[in-house]
Design a protein around this ligand. Structure first.
Ligand code: FDA
Ligand code: NAD
Length: 432
């Protein structure tokens, strides 16, 4: 049993959706030559919605409203769109092995799918507590959040305990966004994480302090510098309390876990060159792997960032997935006209009425600016490395202001006087 395609996109997430859009725009394939294979049962969608609009108590986002590529104010790629474009969606289908030399993929249903060109867009999976030796983390009221099934479970568990207690494990993106969503759903939240402050991968202590104070004002309790060791359960196997390393018992009607991800590289280990330090599939500026017929995009790809002197990075953010997805297709269909990707890393989050954006790299000395105390805060930070702006963060900015900081980072604006930079703050980026 088998099917043959010219182009196969393996994975049906954000990067796949944007790659499909690029194929359709460029039209470099015939009907039936291109397919997307996805373990998920639905067409590609904007994953960020799962921790935001999807969890709203009223007027929650639901498919088809957030299929790609609505996040970039582009077309809404519904199943009907794929049909019209002659792109086959092979949904609810897991690829269980890949043979790069033979150019074939084997699915869980025993089908062999062959390709001439493959785009790997397998993204990442959520790390599980059992991988850290915590037993019993498959209880019905413990939630992870990576895909729409996880989000449905989270919504249903949340609805089962109005006014109850949630323990959120992890102080990263999932922890922060889910904590905000839980509070909005009138659930009391305690956040537990091992670091000194939230969002340790990006925030400075001063920035983190602002968000922690804001969350505290919304009723969130922070338990920092410790981890959980086990769960207490009732007769039905539901978690009733989380037990911490320092001995504390936190009552829990539900638990949300966001302790990081691992890129889904396993199908290709030993076949393609990996970036061991980044935990992803290594690609060049055309998003091409060590096999010239295979490309990798999105969370699974480790690619050179020109702005960082071609340092290889694996980014776990939606803008990177969108752009690398499109760039790979441009490289495949029009290699002579497609330059190496020149990507400016961009991360963002929205919680409660807050909203921040970050551009570049958080390396070097930090200078904070703006108003951290007002009820409508507008503040930020620059990271200065080797006398130039390497990264910039802004909370509460306008569209123009976000664009201004992104340009300052892109231009690597020269900084001669840190005191002056602090005094000027956002004005520096605006007058650039
Ligand atoms: P993605 O994970 O989207 O897709 C991978 C696809 O591959 C899935 O469909 C999966 O089922 C499939 N797959 C994997 N292995 C397979 C196999 N063997 N066979 C078949 N199919 C397989 N970023 C940001 O910048 N701002 C934000 O606000 C957010 N918010 C956010 C919320 C939540 C809840 C999550 C989980 C993530 C975010 N992100 C984010 C991160 C962002 O969503 C992420 O970077 C992109 O989804 C990555 O896109 P990919 O297409 O690479 O992977
Ligand atoms: P993360 O890397 O942002 O945070 C992981 C957190 O897990 C750390 O901050 C740490 O506090 C905690 N942690 C690690 N080991 C732990 C342990 N043993 N016990 C307790 N806590 C532990 O990962 P995440 O929050 O799980 O997010 C998953 C992915 O989803 C990331 O790729 C992220 O970029 C993406 N995401 C992005 C956004 C956004 O960009 N706005 C929003 C949601 C999710």
């Amino acid at each position: 049993m088998g099917r043959a395609f010219v182009y196969v996109i393996l994975g049906g997430g954000v990067a796949a959706g944007y790659a499909a859009l690029e194929f359709a725009r460029r039209g470099g394939y015939s009907r039936g030559e291109l397919c997307i294979i996805s373990e998920e049962a639905v067409a590609p969608y904007e994953r960020p919605a799962l921790s935001k609009g999807y969890l709203l108590p009223e007027g929650a986002a639901r498919l088809p409203g957030f299929h790609t590529c609505v996040g970039a104010n582009d077309e809404l790629l519904t199943p009907k769109w794929y049909k019209e474009q002659g792109i086959e969606l092979v949904l609810g289908t897991k690829v269980i092995s890949a043979d790069v030399r033979r150019k074939t993929l084997l699915t869980g249903t025993g089908e062999t799918i062959s390709y001439k060109t493959l785009i790997i867009a397998t993204g990442a999976r959520a790390l599980k507590l059992q991988e850290f030796g915590i037993q019993g983390s498959d209880a019905s009221n413990i939630c992870y959040l990576r895909n729409i099934d996880d989000a449905d479970k989270l919504v249903s568990v949340m609805k089962s305990c109005p006014g109850g207690n949630a323990v959120v494990i992890g102080g990263g993106y999932i922890g922060m966004e889910c904590a905000a969503a839980l509070v909005t759903n009138k659930i009391r939240v305690t956040m537990v994480f091992p670091e000194k402050h939230c969002m340790g991968r990006l925030f400075t202590p001063k920035i983190a302090e602002f968000y922690e104070n804001y969350y505290t004002s919304k009723g969130v309790t922070f338990v920092k510098g410790t981890v959980l060791t086990s769960f207490e359960k009732d007769m039905t196997g539901k978690v009733t309390a989380v037990i911490l390393k320092d001995g504390r018992h936190l009552p829990a009607d539900m638990v949300v876990v966001g302790i990081g991800i691992r890129a889904n590289t396993s199908l290709f280990e030993g076949q393609l060159m990996m970036s061991t330090e980044n935990g992803g599939i290594k690609v060049n500026g055309q998003l091409q792997t060590s096999d010239s017929s295979v490309y990798a995009v999105g969370d699974v790809a480790a690619f050179p960032i020109k702005l960082f002197d071609d340092d290889i990075r694996r980014l776990e953010h939606v803008d990177s997935a969108r752009r690398t997805g499109r760039h790979a297709v441009a490289s495949i269909l029009d290699p002579s006209k497609t330059r190496d990707i020149d990507y400016l890393p961009f991360f963002y989050s929205r919680v409660f009425t807050l909203s921040w954006q970050f551009y570049g790299d958080n390396v070097g000395e930090v200078v904070h600016f703006g108003d951290f105390t007002s009820s409508s805060p507008r503040f930020g930070a620059y990271w200065v490395n080797k006398g130039r702006i390497a990264g910039a963060f802004l909370e509460g900015g306008s569209r123009e202001e976000y664009e201004a900081i992104s340009i300052a980072v892109r231009r690597e604006a020269v900084v001669t006087d840190m005191g002056e930079l602090e005094k000027q703050g956002l004005a520096l980026a605006i007058q650039e």
